[in-house]
Every structure is written in C-alpha cells, then in structure tokens.
Design a protein around this ligand. Structure first.
Ligand SMILES: C[S@@+](CC[C@H](N)C(=O)[O-])C[C@H]1O[C@@H](n2cnc3c(N)ncnc32)[C@H](O)[C@@H]1O
Length: 295
C-alpha cells in the first residue's frame, strides 16, 4: 500500500466562510447568518477582539460537555432554519443543541472527491455512507449518479436528509435512508452477500446505535474495518475514513485501513482536515482522515 501525506482543505464553498478565529472562538458565515461558536483549537490571536465580532447567534458551551450547550440569539430576527447551497445541493442550516448547524462543512473536501470518483467511474456505483448523519455525502454521491445506502442511528437526521433530497431535486435518485446500528448493519450486509463500490465512514468517538448499542472508536473500529473490507466489490472505487476528537494520529488511522485494503492495491492519502480562514492564510484544523482510492 502506498501512503501519502495530504492536507484536506475545505476551500470549495461560497455559502460558508470562516471569517475570524482565536481566543477559543470562531466566527463563521453560514449562508446569510453569522455565527460565533467556541473552538478549543483556536488558541491563536483573533484578527479583531471576540467582543467586537458581530453575529446573529452565539453558542454557549455547557461546562464539561464537549458538544452540548445553548444558543443565544444576538439578532432577534435570526431565523431558526435558513437555506444554503453547495455545488447545486440545496439544504437548510439550523442551530442544533449539539453545537453544529446541521452540516459538517469541512467534509466538502470529501464530497468533491467522491463526486469526482463517481463521475469518472466507467460503471454505475453503489456507495455505503456509514454514520452518515446530515446526509450531505449521500446527497453529493446521489447527485453524481451513485446508488446510495445511507445509515445512521438517528431517524431524525434521516428525516432531514430526505427533506434535503427533495429540496435538491433528487427525488428520482436512489438513496435508502436506514436507521440502524452501524456494526449490526454491516455484519448483516455481509451475511446477505451485498457489495459496495465505495464506503464512507465517519464514526464518532463514542456513540449509540438504535437499540442503545455502544460504539467506542478505538475498541470498535478494527472490527468495523474488517466488515467494511468484506463488503467491497473486487475492484472498489474509494473508502473514506474520518475521525474527530480521538487520541490517534492520521498515520494510525491510515495504516488500520491500509491493512484491510492491501488486497486491492491502490493508495491512501492521509492527514488533517481543515477550514481556510477568509483572507488570512490561516487554517482551522477540524479532524483527521485516511482516504483510499484504487489509483
Ligand atoms: C460524526 S457524526 C457523522 C457526521 C456526518 N459525516 C455528516 O457529515 O453529517 C457521527 C454520527 O454517528 C451516529 N452514530 C453514533 N453511534 C452509532 C451507531 N452505533 N450506529 C450508527 N450510527 C451511529 C450519530 O447518530 C451521528 O449522526
């Protein structure tokens, strides 16, 4: 297996921008809404003091909780949901209790890669999107012409995904929105002999399946990767594995994936995912990833 170091920069947005960052916070634009959120990685100096940032809403983190907290509207007229677009995909952004806005904008670097791979493939492709959540990857793959199986433990997020499929005019594309436990689903798919040309995995550090099954990244990823490798067709197209907030290097991630994909040859790009800050040349790191492709 060939390994290459890469920086995965999500620089393909018009409806999103990182405007400023520093002192533990970031100021971002999602469509026409300016948002302030805490970000412990941003411990450099902001361009303007955080107290001078102008925004529509601010997320106050709950002490001792990485994800949860409360939104404070700074603009009383700020809408609860508002439209956004990426590459022709239309969807609604919303302030969720989990700090995010209903999308993980740094993943656009992988959406573009998947779209490119699917369009270039000389055959029709079937994609499995595990831990698919907001469904943006599923919509991007479907728009590029793939048949998609989208899986997440959260039926609510599948509902938003379906809504965005309609908004994007992709009703005629095949996306199966499945609420299930990822591990159970992949073992069942293997027993049924189903195969995929491409698989995307974005597992959380800790999570729960639909029947309260626990998911722990470091403990469960090796078993999941074994199942994933078995689900691939003889000549697969790509596999994307991303990780947030884990005590692992992207090298470890890449080599765990590389082990399983050795029989397919190909190469793995690995590295940090980041968002470029507007006009400054700085970047905000967000996650690590390993991305396999056949050539
Ligand atoms: C990091 S998020 C994925 C974000 C996604 N890549 C996106 O762009 O929207 C992790 C997701 O894993 C799901 N999840 C957690 N434990 C799970 C499990 N055991 N089986 C299936 N999904 C699970 C959560 O519901 C959550 O949506």
């Amino acid at each position: 297996m060939k390994y290459e170091q890469t920086l995965f920069l999500a620089d393909n947005w018009t409806d999103y921008a990182l405007l400023d960052s520093g002192d533990g916070f970031k100021l971002e634009r999602f469509g026409n809404q300016r948002i302030i959120r805490p970000d412990p990685q941003a411990f450099w100096r902001p361009h303007k003091p955080v107290s001078d940032w102008k925004a529509d809403a601010h997320f106050d983190a709950k002490a001792g909780d990485d994800e949860r907290g409360q939104w404070r509207k700074l603009n009383p007229k700020a809408p609860d949901t508002w439209p956004m677009e990426w590459n022709g995909l239309k969807f609604n952004a919303r302030r969720t209790p989990f700090r995010h806005l209903g999308l993980f904008q740094e993943h656009s670097v992988h959406w573009a890669f998947a779209v490119d791979q699917i369009r270039k493939a000389p055959y029709s492709t079937k994609v499995l999107n595990l831990f698919g959540y907001t469904g943006m990857m599923s919509l991007a793959c479907a728009q590029a012409g793939a048949e998609v199986v989208h899986l997440d433990a959260s039926p609510k997020s599948n509902g938003f995904g379906k809504e965005h499929q309609e908004m994007s005019g992709l009703q005629d594309r095949t996306i199966r929105w499945i609420a299930d436990d990822a591990m159970k689903f992949v073992s069942r798919e293997n027993r049924r002999g189903n195969k995929y040309d491409a698989i995307v995995l974005d597992p959380p550090k800790f999570g729960r399946g639909t029947k309260n099954e626990t998911w722990r990244f470091e403990e469960d990823l090796p078993g999941l990767l074994d199942e994933v490798a078995n689900l691939l067709v003889d000549k697969p197209l790509f596999v994307i594995l991303t990780a947030y907030a884990v005590r692992l290097s992207h090298i470890a991630l890449a080599q765990a994936l590389g082990d399983r994909l050795e029989p397919f040859g190909g190469r793995i790009e690995m590295g940090e995912m980041a968002i470029p800050e507007q006009k400054s040349g700085r970047m905000l790191p967000t996650a690590i990833c390993a991305r396999w492709r056949a050539n």
